[in-house]
Ligand binder design. Structure first.
Ligand code: SF4
Length: 148
């Protein structure tokens, strides 16, 4: 069993109310249909509405710094959404632990589900190295993360 970013599986939980279904591989969709994948959206689990303003981790930092209280996540309209991002990450970790799941399939560049690359916090589509908040927390707790 694996966890996967819900937007990749066709759920319309993205900030703009759309999905990322076109980015999912056929293998993942087949696994989902076979019942081997559980979809999660950390931003919704953290209490954010859909649609919502897009958010980015500030200061070019990675998700670990958010978890450790060293930087914030802000929406494009300036709202501090750090607590919702952290809550969503811990809710996903709760599911992983409850079910003994050790694999997560994330979505590219997301401030929650991204792995390896993310936007720098300036809302200028500038990429920097780093993980999203949920991915950082999962990795810290021994969950391996793949990006499609
Ligand atoms: S938080 Fe993750 S699952 Fe939710 S819309 Fe963003 S990338 Fe998709």
């Amino acid at each position: 069993m694996k966890l996967c970013s819900a937007c990749l599986l066709g759920l319309e939980c993205r900030y703009d109310g759309k999905s990322n279904l076109e980015k999912a591989s056929e293998i993942i969709l087949q696994e989902f249909k076979s019942g081997n994948i559980i979809p999660v959206c950390p931003e919704q689990l953290g209490g954010l509405p859909t649609p919502r303003a897009p958010s980015e981790i500030q200061g070019g930092m990675s998700g670990e710094y958010v978890i450790d209280g060293k930087c914030k996540v802000r929406s494009k309209n300036g709202e501090d959404v750090t607590s919702q991002f952290i809550k969503g990450a811990y809710e996903v970790l709760k599911i992983a632990k409850a079910l003994g799941i050790t694999e997560y399939i994330g979505a590219q560049r997301s401030p929650s589900c991204g792995c390896g690359k993310k936007y720098d916090g300036t809302f200028t589509a500038t990429l920097v190295n780093g993980d999203g908040v949920t991915v950082a927390l999962l990795k810290r707790n021994g969950v391996s993360v793949k990006i499609v």
